[in-house]
Design a protein around this ligand. Sequence first.
Ligand code: ADP
Length: 442
Amino acid sequence: MLGFDLFRLTVVLALALVAGLLAGNITLALLIAVSGYLVWQSIMQKRLLHWIQQRKQFEPPEVPGIFEELSFEIDRLRDRHKRRKKRLSRYIKDFQNATRALPDATIVIDHLGTVRWANKAAGATLGVNWPADNGQRLTNLVRSPELRNFIEHLEPDSSLNLVSPIDDLTYLSLRLVPIAAEDWLLVARDVTDLQRANQARSDFVANVSHELRTPITVFRGYLEALRSQQDQMPEQWHTAFSHMSEHALRMQNIIEDLLLLSRLERQAVPAEMAPVQVSSMLTSIQQQAQDLSGDQGHLFSLELDAKFRIMGAEKELFSAFSNIIFNAVKYTPPRGVIRIRWYRDDKGAHMEVQDNGIGIPPHDIPRVTERFYRVDEGRSRAHGGTGLGLAIVKHVLQRHKATLTVTSELGKGSTFHCSFPLTAIVEADLSGAIEQDESEIA
Ligand code: ADP
């Protein structure tokens, strides 16, 4: 086409040259011819521009030469763009139809918690209606302090269990997933059935434990009474009685631990929170641990910062810390070293128990906080273990927004580290000092 344009220009110039020769003024003739050609070109450009500016699709204009080729190319691109647009809007429509039909409430929010999109289920589950609530703050639509806190922190893949703001009998499990630089997907699933099943399981365990408590107490009472008259019994019964007493005690311990666990499960946060002087609590637990160690000669080392307290439920913390410390005694051979630390840093408050005992195999570490999970059942039973101690520890720490980290090496020892958030630290008690104590039990 470019060749044809050049040919046309050459013909125009040649004709102008001939006309100039005949008229006797070549320059004027060439000037008129070039000007005419430029004017024609500009008319063609205008026509092409006008056609491009049309929003609606018209047939390409009648423009000869390079303009025809240009208009053809543009027309082809327009066509392709139109087809792609159609395909994309079909995808979007399909996707929106699918998410709109999802049984789980799905809401897109931005980093400020503003609703940008919601599906149908969001209306029935959370009371967020689309498009009526477009641009509204989610926390204004769902008035729940837990949800406000959840959304303000915007942590990837975080989850929250919540009673539905619309129906008190519906339990929801909320999840937050980042989907774009500033956008988040909030998915709320109805977990009422799961919650009911958990509740039924928990109630069953609590009821059974409660029912067994009295018979076992009576049973133990009679056993003790009989044992006190052991000298009047035949010699061969002595071992049987001591086994019966030992197992009755174990059964009672399991029942007490199960009852404690179901109490912990029933409430998400402890009812009575007060400042707790953990350093003196740990000193008293260490004394009990010394008694438990007896003549095994464990060496205890205490590093306790008595200058601060934490907000907590004293009985629960006592139960959790004593479980960890007594475990260190149970699973550390005689004359082993047990180090107990209580300190604070810029991340929070920490309780750490380190022993140089038997350790835990790596694949068992994630499971030791499960109910009745024991690495070595025989050893646990021999020490009167219920297999519930660390499950209690986990629950107590969760209720205090604290975390448990277990590190261990088989045959070398274990470290149980409890971290409490900075917000748990309540005040500085300047009368105290760092207590250091090292004692060996004879
Ligand atoms: P148990 O009553 O059996 O001690 P726990 O829940 O307290 O139950 O602990 C679960 C298991 O974790 C124990 O049976 C034991 O195998 C392991 N364990 C706990 N603490 C220690 C420790 N300090 N050293 C080695 N193993 C431990």
